[in-house]
Unconditional design. Structure first.
Length: 289
């Protein structure tokens, strides 16, 4: 019995040790970004690097907000934040609107080619972005579409298939009796969709919507390409990548870290606000019935 108790204690100890290691591995990059954003240029050049901002001479704790002031005084960065918010929100709304209707049809309605349609949607998520970038850019450039609408349309390539695929599983998990009862009461399929079934998929809408928003908010490759001839439409990842120092070949590391922290805060806030919905959304479609 003692040996069994000792083994259980060792197992729990190893488990919590693994949890702590994973937690540090995940949180440390964000902590280091905050730490670096609170340092001046002289503090960033200190060797060895310090885990908190310290004065190079007295070695006392000395954080500074000069990087944040510099970032918020950068018009290109502020414009990038606004552009990213517009593009991300519109992409998310369009993905949810189109994806939820498609998911309802694929999850609850009967028609030929439904299984093939599902696999085609899944296949669309497997293509790397770079494989369609050049052709898509040529089409958009030929049609003369502005940078922001072109980014929204291109982001739908990877948010819409994901949204449709995930939402389909949630609609499948809803009881068919709801659909049958609505039909008996004279409701059309569309009325059944938006009055009865759609409200029940709120956790799924929040989960897929948040993931779509994060994907559009952080996207860099398409944004860099489509805004190359329209700098005013640059999103915040592109704006951060194009930060320049006060002198030639200087990398403003502190300002980049401050900008990264600012860009990450909205995502953290959204996750904290909708965390219960996210957990419900991630688990509700796992069990059918």
């Amino acid at each position: 019995m003692r040996n069994k108790g000792l083994i259980e204690v060792i197992k729990k100890g190893l488990f919590w040790l693994l949890v702590i290691i994973i937690f540090i591995y995940l949180v440390f990059p964000f902590y280091w970004a905050i730490n670096s954003s609170l340092k001046s240029e002289a503090q960033l050049q200190m060797t060895p690097a310090t885990f908190v901002p310290r004065d190079p001479e007295t070695y006392k704790f000395a954080p500074t907000l000069q990087n944040y002031r510099a970032v918020f005084s950068n018009d290109k960065f502020v414009r990038g934040l606004i552009n990213s918010a517009i593009v991300s929100m519109l992409t998310t709304l369009l993905a949810l609107a189109v994806g939820s209707v498609s998911a309802f049809a694929l999850g609850k309605l009967r028609f030929k080619g439904k299984t093939l349609s599902l696999y085609l949607i899944l296949a669309m998520t497997m293509f790397p972005q770079v494989t369609v970038l050049s052709g898509l850019y040529a089409v958009i450039n030929h049609l003369g579409i502005k940078a922001i609408p072109s980014m929204i349309l291109s982001y739908m390539l990877f948010t819409l298939p994901f949204t449709t695929w995930v939402m389909t599983s949630f609609f499948k998990s809803l009881p068919n009796e709801l659909l049958q009862s609505a039909q008996v009461d004279g409701a059309t399929p569309f009325q059944t969709f938006y009055k009865i079934l759609l409200p029940l998929t709120a956790p799924a809408l929040v989960t897929t919507g948040l993931l779509s928003f994060i994907a559009a908010w952080n996207e860099y490759l398409f944004a860099l390409t489509f805004t190359s001839i329209e700098p005013t439409a640059r999103t915040v990842p592109v704006a951060i990548a194009l930060f320049t120092g006060e002198v030639s070949r200087q990398i403003p590391f502190g300002e980049i870290m401050a900008a990264a922290v600012i860009v990450t805060i909205p995502l953290v806030v959204l996750v904290l606000i909708f965390q219960k919905r996210i957990v419900a959304g991630l688990t509700a479609g796992a069990v059918k019935g």
